[in-house]
Design a protein around this ligand. Structure first.
Ligand code: ATP
Ligand code: MG
Length: 475
């Protein structure tokens, strides 16, 4: 197989010339080759193996491109990274790796191309395309990667038990590729993942989260999460999710199976958004259920307060996985905390007041919250399914009407505390707060409109009720 005519990006001409000038054998490897064969030529990161060191080639390419970007060099690995427009090139010296039981990190030494390809994780990632003059564009495929690509199989080139034990991150990569490409993991490799699942504990959380994020970014993340669960990996990474599994039954009453429900919600939301954090919120929205589950003879199973328990768990999970504890985490927390609010609305008749309250409480999050709640509709009862969706349409319409009329979303009290104090001639005290709260409540309930004149009338009335008198000096 030759790819001479398919290497369209102008960068390849430069690469070819540079390789000829420095005289070191070089090859495109890994994901770029894999994606080229499955006709996905959108990939913007190109991995290049140089038999020798990658640094010299990177410097040559930079010069030819008149590239002003800095080369990032990792001397001890003979590795260099260069960015050009939206393309990232990584130049790596060919190497072989030997792992020992005593150290987490492999011993790395110079290796031939064949040895370099052999150390790679999956056969579909072991192919190389020559950048050398004598066979430019030729595919080198010593481990039958093309065949496995054709058969849509993810399989390690060496013994899978050893491959996964050597670098347990590969287990997550296998599952991620399976999900991204919609391939199957070969039976022996899958078995080896289960057998090695304990080993995931030696991998840093940052690398684990990178892979989880890539799974969440797939079209149908449930595929990945189901394999994570079946192989025992999920229990090690996010046991709170595994705990959602199963259905209890007392007196013939059962509750929803929350693990598969959760995955369905994640799949649903993935059809509507690329927002990774909204997907995290979907993944964790029911996380508080096992801890709050109770059986009540009259009403059956309840999960009271699971949203606030869940929101606290979001923090613990993010912290444990060394994920950022910033506004992204707070966003996920707030969505989990509010995740039942619109649902309750959708199950009943939707009143204006309830919509106003939702708009007020959710603020900026409103759109994403409703998107989450629509994704949360997984009932298999077609009548209810339609009804809930229909109600969300009504909610959306009412939000628009209410918003236009009452401007609730960025609610500013129409009368300030200062004004109240001045009018009644009082110092800061709880009465000011009570009047403000009364005005806000009346607006949200729809008893008065969000206008200064209406609020002023109510302020006077409430003040009188509380025994306050207008300050004569101010009148
Ligand atoms: P993508 O960029 O789409 O995630 P990729 O295959 O290019 O996919 P990279 O992480 O960029 O993945 O790695 C480049 C290549 O390096 C892979 O194709 C694979 O051959 C090899 N590789 C990466 N990580 C490992 C690993 N943990 N063990 C063995 N080989 C690996
Ligand atoms: Mg890559």
């Amino acid at each position: 197989m030759n790819f001479k005519n398919i290497l369209n990006n102008p960068i390849f001409k430069i690469l070819k010339e540079s390789v000829a000038e420095i005289g070191l054998k070089s090859y495109i490897v890994g994901g770029y080759v894999r994606d080229l064969i499955i006709k996905n030529s959108n990939k913007k990161d190109i991995d290049i193996v140089v038999v020798g060191s990658g640094i010299e080639l990177a410097k040559k390419v930079k010069k030819k491109l008149n590239n002003t970007n800095k080369i990032q060099i990792f001397k001890s690995y003979g590795t260099a990274m260069l960015k050009w427009n939206d393309v990232t090139m990584e130049f790596v010296g060919s190497r072989k790796e030997s792992y020992s039981d005593s150290s987490r990190n492999p011993k790395i030494s110079f290796g031939t191309l064949q040895e370099d390809l052999l150390r790679r994780d999956f056969t579909i990632n072991t192919m190389a395309i020559s950048l050398n003059e004598e066979n430019y564009g030729n595919l080198i495929d010593p481990f039958k990667g093309v065949l496995d690509l054709k058969n849509q199989i993810i399989k390690t080139p060496l013994d899978p038990l050893k491959t996964f034990s050597d670098d347990p991150l590969r287990m997550l990569r296998a599952i991620r590729f399976c999900n991204q490409l919609n391939f199957k993991i070969e039976a022996n490799s899958l078995k080896a993942i289960t057998q090695n699942s304990d080993r995931i504990s030696i991998i840093t959380n940052e690398r684990i989260v990178d892979e989880l994020n890539k799974i969440l970014e797939c079209k149908k993340p449930s595929t990945g999460f189901i394999i994570l669960e079946k192989t025992g990996l999920l229990k090690k990474i996010i046991p709170e999710l595994s705990n959602l599994k199963g259905v209890d039954e007392i007196e013939g009453k059962t509750h929803k199976e929350n693990f598969f429900h959760t995955l369905e919600v994640v799949d649903n939301i993935s059809r509507h958004t690329d927002n990774l954090w909204l997907k995290w919120a979907a993944l964790l929205h029911d996380i508080g259920k096992p801890l709050t589950k109770k059986f009540n003879k009259k009403v059956g199973w309840t999960f009271h307060g699971h949203e606030s328990v869940g929101a606290k768990m979001v923090y613990q999970i993010f912290k444990r996985l060394k994920m950022p504890l910033n506004d992204k985490m707070k966003y996920v927390q707030r969505l989990v905390f509010m995740s039942s609010r619109p649902i309750i609305l959708s199950e009943n008749e939707v009143t204006d007041a309830a919509v106003r309250r939702l708009v007020f409480d959710s603020g900026e999050l409103l759109e994403d919250l409703i998107c989450l709640c629509e994704a949360d509709i997984t009932t298999k009862n077609p009548k209810r399914f339609l009804q809930y969706h229909e109600n969300f349409k009504i909610i959306r319409e009412k939000i628009n009407i209410v918003e236009e009329r009452d401007r609730i979303r960025n609610f500013q009290p129409p009368i300030s505390g200062k004004k109240i104090m001045a009018y009644f001639g009082i110092e800061p005290c709880d009465k000011v707060g009570i009047i403000k709260e009364t005005i806000k409540e009346a607006i949200l309930e729809g008893e008065i409109s969000n206008k200064y004149s209406d609020a002023l009338t109510l302020m006077k009335k409430k003040g009188l009720e509380m025994g306050l008198k207008p300050n004569e000096n101010k009148l």
